[in-house]
Design a protein around this ligand. Structure first.
Ligand code: CA
Length: 361
């Protein structure tokens, strides 16, 4: 009897010892992980837990078309690199193909970023452009993608990835969602998606609804609630309303507003006050947020920006480019200093996620 009790006692001791050891190891592992995360960079810190959000994630780094400062926009490589560089969100521009496949592409044309003119000569429209909507996904997926070029075939940003190196491909929205979900699983991070429904009116004129197709895909992959790591964006406010009211999307939304006289009526105090009914924030062109006095070399916050702050709207400014800074900024540090600390933006679209990450404080 006592022998039995003794054995039981020893077993209990062993159990306790194993337990203590396990807890110790877990603590060590967690501490190590924490150290690893924080030692990555001086300004990037992660909370411990399932979801490695940056502590200063109220200042979001949105990878504009991926890490497009380093690799051709909207390619797998540009997206993987953006994820690796620590972006909070990665952007997808979305257009539809002839067979209604949502693909990730900035323009309704494919000739500035692929070799479509060589592969399908004669398939252009009368304006000389090759439209994604005139091609099936089976046709587009074998095209070679490259760094953006202009009408003369010259590289738009000369110091970026050489446009002559054309070993890239375009992706469907679905493939890109899976890519980011897969990377999130493998890294333990939770990088969000940021799809834009491109030119809804153009799609409607071709008998298609880019809104319906995009929202269907977002629902399929459970990117449709406020708590999901997504912002849905459009230059067309009505399309955002439709996404919510007609198709049942309930996630976060951003209304895009550009500079220029044509959109002046969208930047008045009265107009801004109405946005809170539909969207969480505004994706604003940088030049709408500040006024630059070139004589006195001073930069001041615009009335539009003040209205946005006054209505508690998020502001995501576009686009931070180290190789194409506004005339009033000498560096990304200075540019983002003004955007974050004077204007009060809550995020920036950037072609260079790593450089932007350095200057979020
Ligand atoms: Ca966009």
């Amino acid at each position: 009897m006592s022998k039995l009790r003794m054995t039981w006692k020893i077993s209990k001791l062993i159990l306790i010892a194993v337990g203590v050891l396990a807890i110790g190891l877990t603590v060590m592992t967690l501490t190590k992980k924490d150290n690893d995360e924080t030692s990555n960079s001086t300004t990037t810190q992660y909370n411990q837990g399932d979801d490695y959000e940056r502590l200063n994630a109220s200042r979001l780094i949105i990878a504009h078309r991926g890490a497009s400062g380093y690799l051709p926009e909207h390619t797998t490589e540009a997206k993987v690199y953006a994820h690796a560089l620590g972006a909070d969100y990665i952007e997808q521009d979305v257009v539809l193909t002839k067979d209604d496949v949502p693909i990730v592409l900035h323009d309704i044309y494919i000739d500035d970023v692929t070799n479509v003119a060589e592969v399908f000569p004669g398939r252009m429209r009368r304006d000389g452009r090759f439209y994604a909507i005139d091609f099936t996904w089976a046709e587009i997926k074998n095209l070679r993608a490259h760094e953006r070029t202009n009408d003369n075939g010259e590289q738009v940003f000369p110091n970026r990835f050489p446009h002559q190196y054309t070993m890239f491909n375009l992706n469907t929205l679905e493939d890109e969602i899976l890519l980011i979900k897969g990377l999130n699983k493998a890294t333990g991070r939770n990088v969000g998606i940021y799809p834009e429904m491109k030119q809804p009116e153009f799609h409607a004129s071709e008998g298609k609804s880019v809104v319906a197709v995009v929202v269907e895909m977002l629902k399929l992959y459970q990117y449709d609630l406020k708590s999901d790591k997504i912002y849905l964006q459009s230059f067309d406010l009505q399309s955002l309303k439709d996404a919510r009211d007609e198709y049942g999307y309930q996630g976060k939304m951003i209304f895009l507003i550009e500079d220029g006289e044509e959109s002046e009526n969208l930047r008045t105090e009265k107009a801004v006050a109405k946005y809170t009914k539909t969207v969480d924030g505004i994706g604003a062109e940088i030049s709408t947020l500040v006024e630059y006095d070139s004589e006195n070399k001073t930069v001041t916050v615009s009335d539009f920006a003040k209205y946005l702050k006054g209505n508690n709207l998020e502001i995501h400014a576009w686009t931070v480019r180290e190789d194409a800074l506004p005339e009033w900024a000498d560096s990304v540090e200075q540019l983002q200093g003004i955007l974050f600390n004077q204007v009060g933006v809550t995020g920036v679209f950037t072609d260079f996620p790593d450089i932007s990450l350095k200057y979020t404080n």
